[in-house]
Ligand binder design. Structure first.
Ligand code: HEM
Length: 386
């Protein structure tokens, strides 16, 4: 994680050129989760690609996989980046989905027709899904036959588990393994990247928050003093507050769903078995009962000693969901975000680019995204202040 972050945060400073920070953070988050999920360095956050729009992928020669397998991963990840940035999970562009919202019964028949018509969003989604699925299956199959695979990444771990007699091969089918590996890549890249970008965007417009944050980060130690995971947990309380408050303002998954497995009564309503229940995390996070002046970016409201925090309902703020199906990547992503921010603010300050729209425009898909990206200018900090 550390090396990717260092790579991505090199040579950003330019007072006159925009950094599309949301692209940079997507490359970084994809690299980090790519290493954790596939055991592969996609090389997206290497300095030469840091300023460019996402188009090419360099694969590091230290990769654990062979060159040909790496090329397959490269192709796959290009498709993945395309689906995340170009398609932007923009389901609103798909006619069948819009139709499905109005006349649900017509959605599937129309999707079946539209996916065959080149140029439609349904066709693009189908095409990309097929490519991604095919690529991923190839990667999994190759790795299955690789006797020298490591045991540090998720894909290798799951394949090793499959081979142990204790776990049935019928459960961990190649298709299942492909699906969970991609689920991790998808769930871990767009969410973390969006959150990281929204934090830097908000801090750039709040100098008093920036000042306090820099004091905490600088107070930790010199630039080459790398925080351990325990340090990240204990020594950055204000950073913690800033992250929580930014996640409250821009909650990446504003809705989560459950299906009732039995008849249940909630808030005086009797819900039959099989009812879909939507929990609006984004609405909860803006409820003035729990968060006075909800539109104000105020990290102080997450100070454990403040009254607002003490009185708040424990489930008022649940950006990672709740219960047995809550996010499994919570600790991982918070560590990644903290480490990235510490590295970034040790070297740079950020300001909104004059080319950035105001107010920020968001796009509502499976997860929240920035409509036009987060465009920033990075200012190198003087060594004395680092
Ligand atoms: C800031 C970063 C992230 C946020 C805000 C986030 C948020 C969420 C939310 C709201 C859910 C649904 C929870 C529910 O239904 O109660 C979820 C599920 C999930 N997340 Fe994350 N996530 C983040 C990062 C990650 C990362 C880094 C990974 C992978 C390492 C990951 C893997 C998953 C998986 C696999 C699920 C499905 C869990 C299940 O169905 O049992 N997430 N996430």
């Amino acid at each position: 994680m550390q090396s990717f972050i260092e790579s991505a945060t090199q040579n950003l400073d330019s007072q006159t050129k925009d950094i599309v920070f949301s692209n940079l953070s997507l490359k970084l988050a994809t690299d980090v989760i790519g290493q954790a999920a596939f055991g592969v360095n996609f090389g997206l956050s290497e300095p030469h690609s840091a300023r460019n729009e996402i188009e090419s992928v360099a694969v590091n020669k230290d990769d654990v996989m062979s060159a040909s397998a790496s090329n397959e991963v490269t192709d796959f990840i290009n498709q993945h980046i395309y689906s995340t940035t170009q398609l932007k999970m923009d389901l609103s562009g798909s006619f069948s989905i819009i139709l499905g919202l109005l006349v649900p019964i017509l959605q599937e028949p129309f999707r079946q027709i539209l996916k065959r018509i080149p140029g439609t969003m349904d066709w693009k989604i189908e095409h990309t899904n097929k490519n991604l699925g095919g690529r991923l299956d190839e990667i999994v199959e190759k790795r299955m036959n690789d006797r020298t695979r490591s045991s540090k990444d998720f894909l290798s771990l799951i394949l090793n588990a499959r081979e142990s007699k204790a776990v049935s091969e019928n459960v961990f089918t190649p298709e299942y393994i492909s699906a969970v590996t991609y689920e991790h890549l998808l769930a871990g890249s767009a969410t973390t990247s969006f959150t990281l970008s929204s934090i830097v965007y908000l801090v750039a417009a709040h100098p008093e928050v920036e000042k306090k944050l820099l004091e905490e980060i600088d107070g930790f130690g010199s630039i080459d003093h790398i925080p351990t995971s325990q340090d990240l947990h204990d020594k950055f309380p204000y950073l913690d507050q800033v992250i929580k408050e930014a996640m409250r303002i821009y909650i990446v998954s504003p809705l989560v769903a459950r299906e009732t497995s039995n008849e249940v009564e909630i808030g005086g309503y009797l819900l039959p078995k099989g009812t879909w229940v939507w929990l609006a995390l984004g609405v909860l996070a803006k409820d003035p009962k729990n968060f006075p002046e909800p539109e104000k970016f105020n990290p102080e409201r997450f100070d454990p000693n403040c009254e607002e925090m003490k009185q708040r309902h424990p489930y008022a703020f649940i950006p990672f969901g709740i219960g047995p199906r809550a996010c499994i990547g919570q600790k991982f992503s918070i560590q990644e975000i903290k480490l990235s921010l510490i590295h970034l603010y040790r070297k740079y300050l950020f300001r909104h680019s004059p080319n950035m729209e105001n107010p920020l425009e968001l796009e509502y898909g499976i997860v929240l995204n920035f409509k036009h990206g987060v465009k920033l200018r990075a200012i190198k900090r003087t060594p004395r202040s680092c």
